[in-house]
Design a binder for this molecule. Structure first.
Ligand SMILES: Cc1cc2nc3c(=O)[nH]c(=O)nc-3n(C[C@H](O)[C@H](O)[C@H](O)COP(=O)(O)O)c2cc1C
Length: 381
């Protein structure tokens, strides 16, 4: 299906999901200022297209951390994808693999990492982890990741505490007592969604079932939340670096000094991210944070960016400003909710088309040239 805009898919997704769950996907922290700013930030940069450059078939492929990506966009780690659509994580992994890009898998995945690894080339899975207080569980997660061939760990560092998310609080989502009557009523209003999910059995957080962290999804989510270490420090990152021989990426960097410290700690890459506006409200947008970070570390390590990427032009701006690649969160989740596996294919195709047409119109024939030549065609407006 030809997709016209991510916003159209979003509307379709809203129709298919219970309101409280759509709100969970959609929402941000407190006033949602950063959530909005992630989008608005892109408007601060403008193109000055170059013409007569014969660039009708641009090459979208990039080489990132020793891996070829067919285009510089990948689905990032998003919790509970298996609740968005039955089997959501496995479907996303399959699509990413067919499109030639890696896939981010959340700790809060419904499918256990072993199932997702079996569905695709595990070397192309980027498994997202939080540092948990219980190091035995951490160690076991690393052993499992290694055993199933996962190539990259993504350590998320911007979630030491969970701030108020007003929509979730109003909806009672993640309340310790499980589902409220209101949530149940909204679920009953989406019988097709409900039947599909329940066909896979009672949903649980697949990666942590074996650690006895509760019987229901809600208990498990609350218990992992309590296990997350609020005193996370550079020592913990050093511990992870020492205990993981694969690629290591730190997600949630906004300050250039932190980016430099990551490089010094021997990590392979960072994700310039504010968690899609779901954590530190009032933080800078990621696209605005990017140039200073790129100036500080681009030559030394991989820089990925996420937050508010909704158009191919956003990806082009991110690469021009120094990112090597981009992660998307909500856009592919909308695709999953709207139309399952095909919905994710449509979203990735939409980005590929948008990047391709932008490069042609800018007169650039490879995405690799975007950063080096950015002074030729881009300005801060
Ligand atoms: C519903 C939802 C759940 C998320 N869960 C996780 C998670 O489990 N781990 C993580 O590192 N980031 C998580 N994120 C953040 C995303 O990886 C990403 O940083 C963010 O969605 C990017 O912004 P975008 O949604 O505007 O593209 C989540 C985001 C959303 C919307």
């Amino acid at each position: 299906m030809m997709l016209i805009s991510i916003d159209d898919v979003r509307i379709h997704a809203r129709r298919n999901l219970p309101a409280w769950f759509f709100d969970y996907v959609e929402g941000g922290a407190y006033s949602e200022t950063t959530l909005r700013r992630n989008r608005a930030g892109f408007d601060r940069y403008a193109f000055l297209p170059r013409v007569l450059q014969s660039a009708s078939r641009p090459d979208l492929s990039v080489q990132i951390m020793g891996m070829k990506w067919a285009m510089p966009v990948m689905p990032g780690p998003v919790g509970f994808c298996g609740l968005v659509h039955a089997g959501g994580e496995v479907l996303t992994a399959r699509v990413a693999s067919a499109c030639g890009v890696p896939m981010g898998l959340s700790t809060f995945s419904i499918a256990p990492m072993e199932d997702v690894a079996r569905a695709t080339d595990p070397a192309r899975i980027m498994l997202q982890l939080y540092v948990l207080k219980n190091r035995d569980i951490m160690r076991d997660l690393l052993v499992r990741a290694r055993a199933c061939g996962i190539g990259t760990l993504v350590l998320t560092v911007d979630t030491t505490v969970t701030p108020m998310r007003e929509r979730d609080a109003r909806n009672g989502f993640r309340g310790a007592g499980g589902l409220s009557l209101r949530q149940l009523v909204q679920m009953a209003g989406k019988p097709r969604w409900f039947a599909r999910i329940m066909r896979h059995g009672q949903p649980q957080i697949g990666n942590i079932i074996r650690y006895n962290m509760g019987r229901t999804l809600f208990e498990q989510a609350a218990n992992i939340g309590r296990e997350m270490d609020p005193d996370l420090s550079w020592t913990d990152l050093a511990w992870l670096r020492d205990n993981w021989q694969g690629k290591l990426v730190v997600k949630g960097i906004l300050h250039p000094d932190d980016a430099v410290q990551c490089a010094q700690a021997g990590v392979d890459g960072i994700v310039v991210s504010n968690h899609g506006g779901r954590q530190m409200d009032g933080a800078l947008s990621t696209i605005e944070a990017l140039p200073a970070i790129a100036a500080a570390v681009r030559a030394r390590m991989t820089i990925l960016l996420d937050g508010g990427v909704r158009y191919g032009t956003d990806v082009v701006k991110a690469l021009a400003l120094g990112a090597h690649g981009v992660m998307i969160g909500r856009p592919y989740v909308y695709g999953l909710a709207a139309n399952g596996e095909q919905g994710v294919v449509d979203v990735l195709d939409y980005f590929a088309d948008g990047i391709r047409s932008s490069l042609t119109l800018l007169g650039i024939s490879t995405v690799n040239a975007l950063h080096d030549q950015s002074a030729r065609y881009m300005i801060q407006s």
